[in-house]
Design a binder for this molecule. Sequence first.
Ligand code: URA
Length: 430
Amino acid sequence: MRAVDIIIKKRDGGELTEAEINFFVRGFTDGKIPDYQVSAWAMTILLNGMSALETKELTLAMAHSGAMLDLSDTVDIAVDKHSSGGVGDKTTLAVLPIVAACGLPCGKMSGRGLGFSGGTLDKLESIPGYRVNLSTAEFKTQLREIGIVLTGQSLDLAPADGKLYALRDVTGTVDSIPLIASSIMSKKLAAGAHAMVLDVKAGNGAFMQTVAAARQLAEAMTAIGELAGRKVVALIADMNQPLGAAVGNALEVVEAVQALRGTGPADFMEHCLHLSAHMLVLGKRAPNLEQGREMAQQAIRDGSAFEKFCQLVRAQGGDVSFIEHLEKLPAAEMVETVCASQTGYVAQVHARLIGEAAVALGAGRAQKTDQVDHAVGFVIHKKVGDAVFAGEPICAIHARNQAQLEAARQAVLAAFAFSPTRVEPLPLFY
Ligand code: URA
């Protein structure tokens, strides 16, 4: 087989066989197929798409390109969750402890921020000492002993995806549903998931800008899951405005802890309860969503969900006093409130503009090697549909200096829009 023939076949609209896909993925993982051929191949997929069968074969080939974590000796059923990325999405920090406190052991490998969307690992590293580089042996031991792990993706899982993703990032081939679906699902399969809840975001602060595109991605991922014999539930969640109130690493840890104590913002609490209920049903801990939700609420009420988060932080070397006393977390020197310019209703809190402004404050990276600033970000006081009076606070900016503060204020003013007439709140899920 020759790489060029496979590229030509795909270019001309042909359907690739399992053998051709395996040959190509093995070739670029081993470095035998050069980057320029891999890039050309990715572009043929972006332009011509892939059938459900091809997408499944690509996913399996990438999943099997490195080690496959087998959790069947550790848990009875490994239930994972995945968010396709957004602004203010700290769901994992709350949902994992909730479901673990309900008796569903949950070990998850998360990522760092990507562009304007935040990453769970960056948020966790706001807690001094917290380790995100557990070995496979540590992962399994901790999952068996305390039923919760939250760490980074180990390098030996799905290396083909790592290589392909890096090339896609710089060759204009990120926005392809088969490539995104296989990228996400290959990592989930390699990480040993038997079942998973996919939190697919739709809106201006997400990869998928429309509900229709998010639905296509959700369908592609559930089809892969079914063909690979896994149980998959996909939810389509709004990402036109940030989730909850906090955007920024330590600020989001604070909000996650508030949610675990039952005092988080209503939309974020609701989002977490819904996801937890789905995970508890998939993991056979709850017979239906209503009871799953009730179990999750009970774990928040009785303090066991917060206690589980403390156990997690302690087990991974973090200083638990920082989540028991949230004022110890990194905090910015300057906090300034932006107020509404007019009386009426909030018509827009543009998630992408807020996400980009958070990166500009230092909460994310402009370049791969940048250090993130854990202290900076935003706390949004008003969401779409809320009534406001002129002069009422709509957002707090947490910044390091006056120049940052001024740029962030301009971004907030651009992100918010008001209407003199009533505006419907945005749905949480579509
Ligand atoms: N997240 C991933 O892991 N892969 C993609 O291709 C896009 C988002």
